[in-house]
Design a protein around this ligand. Structure first.
Ligand SMILES: Nc1ncnc2c1ncn2[C@@H]1O[C@H](COP(=O)(O)OP(=O)(O)O)[C@@H](O)[C@H]1O
Ligand SMILES: [Mg+2]
Length: 265
C-alpha cells in the first residue's frame, strides 16, 4: 500500500514538473472491433508546433477528437497542462485553453466576419448569456478587430461569410479558434483545398501566431508541414509510425516508401 501511494505521488509530481502542454499515454479508441487509434503516447511542450502526417484513415482526426473531448478514449490518459482531462467534457478543456478547427467549415454563413468573431469572443467570455447588443467601446469589439487582423482579414470585416472565398473561410476559422485565451490549438487540415496563394497566406498566419500558443496541425502537404512545424509525428494504421524533426521525417527512407506507396508523391 505504501508502495502504491509513493508511486502515485511520484507520477503526480512527474506530470506537473514535466510541464507538457499535452501528454497522451497509451490512448486507444475503438469503433466496434476497429482500433481507430491504438496505444498512442505523445508529448507536446507549451508553445511547440507539431505536424501530424498520415494517409486517410490513419487516425489523425480521431486523435484530435479524443484530445478535445468529442470522443472518450477507450483506454489511456490525456493530460492538458499537467492536468488529467481524460474524462472531462469538451467545454472544460476549452476553459483550460484548448481550441480546434474542423476539417469541414462550421461557420454562420448569413453573418458577417465581425459577427462570427464577436460571437466566438462572447462564447468564451463572462456574460455570454446576456442579450445586450454590443456598444462602441465594448472591449470584445476591440478584441474582435484584433483577431480579424491576426488572420489578415481586415478588408473583409463586413462581408457575409457566404460571400467569402473558401480560403478566407478557413482563415476566419482560425480567428474563431483564437477567441478567448487559447494556449493550445488543434488544426485539422487547414490547408486542404487551398490555392497556392491561400496556402502561403495560411503559412504566414500560422507562423505569426503568438509564440506561447502551441499547436498540432494535421497536414497532407509536406511543404506546409515543414514550414510551420518544428516536430513531426507520422501516423499509420492508428499508430505512431515515426517522430522527428521535419528534416528527419522528410529524409526517412521508410517514410518516403510509405508516402510513395500511398500515392502521395
Ligand atoms: N465516428 C466513427 N465511427 C466509426 N469509425 C470511425 C469514426 N471516426 C473514424 N472512424 C474510423 O477510424 C479510422 C481513422 O479515421 P480518422 O481518424 O478520421 O482518420 P484520418 O483523420 O487520419 O483520415 C478510419 O478507419 C475511420 O473509418
Ligand atoms: Mg481526418
Amino acid at each position: 500500500m505504501t508502495l502504491t501511494v509513493t508511486r502515485n505521488a511520484t507520477e503526480g509530481l512527474g506530470s506537473v514538473s514535466s510541464g507538457n502542454a499535452l501528454e497522451l499515454r497509451g490512448v486507444t479508441k475503438m469503433f466496434g472491433a476497429l482500433a481507430a487509434i491504438e496505444d498512442i503516447t505523445l508529448s507536446v511542450r507549451p508553445g511547440e508546433r507539431r505536424a501530424v502526417l498520415g494517409s486517410n484513415g490513419a487516425g489523425k482526426t480521431t486523435l484530435f477528437n479524443c484530445v478535445t473531448g468529442d470522443f472518450l478514449p477507450t483506454s489511456g490518459t490525456i493530460r492538458l497542462f499537467g492536468e488529467d482531462v481524460t474524462t472531462f467534457p469538451a467545454y472544460e478543456r476549452i476553459r483550460r485553453g484548448l481550441r480546434r478547427t474542423y476539417q469541414i467549415s462550421l461557420l454562420f454563413g448569413g453573418l458577417t466576419v465581425t459577427d462570427n468573431v464577436y460571437l466566438a469572443c462572447r462564447g468564451v467570455s463572462r456574460g455570454r448569456f446576456s442579450l445586450i447588443r454590443p456598444r462602441k467601446g465594448d472591449p470584445l469589439l476591440t478584441r474582435t478587430a484584433e483577431l480579424i487582423e491576426a488572420v489578415n482579414m481586415t478588408a473583409a470585416t463586413d462581408t457575409p461569410v457566404s460571400e467569402l472565398s473558401y480560403g478566407q473561410q478557413r482563415q476566419l476559422e482560425i480567428a474563431l479558434a483564437l477567441a478567448g485565451a487559447p494556449r493550445f490549438i488543434l488544426f485539422d487540415e487547414p490547408a486542404a483545398g487551398l490555392s497556392p496563394t491561400e496556402r502561403s497566406e495560411l503559412i504566414s498566419i500560422l507562423t505569426g501566431l503568438p509564440s506561447h500558443i502551441g499547436f498540432i496541425i494535421i497536414e497532407h502537404d509536406m511543404d506546409v508541414a515543414l514550414r510551420v512545424a518544428e516536430s513531426v509525428t507520422m501516423m499509420h494504421n492508428g499508430k505512431i509510425f515515426k517522430e522527428g524533426t521535419p528534416e528527419e521525417i522528410e529524409n526517412d527512407p521508410e517514410v518516403q516508401e510509405l508516402y510513395l506507396g500511398d500515392g502521395h508523391g
